[in-house]
Design a protein. Structure first.
Length: 69
């Protein structure tokens, strides 16, 4: 799951949440750099065990944003 977040200077940056603990962060970023345009490569990668879900069973993006704080 990818989200756009703001830094302290109010600039947008892309955050990628990954729930597979067996993925190597450097290999993932390297692969994404080969496959995507530069602006689509995430600035930050966060590994989480499980995605938070809302009452509808969908990924709760608000909770993911709270993880960034």
């Amino acid at each position: 799951v990818a989200l756009i977040n703001k830094d302290d200077a109010d600039n947008d940056y892309l955050v990628l949440f990954v729930n597979d603990q067996n993925v190597d962060k450097n290999e993932l970023i390297s692969y994404l750099k080969q496959q995507l345009p530069e602006y689509s490569v995430p600035t930050k990668v966060i590994f989480i065990e499980n995605y938070p879900v809302n009452t509808s069973g969908k990924i709760d993006r608000k909770e993911l944003k709270n993880i960034l704080k």
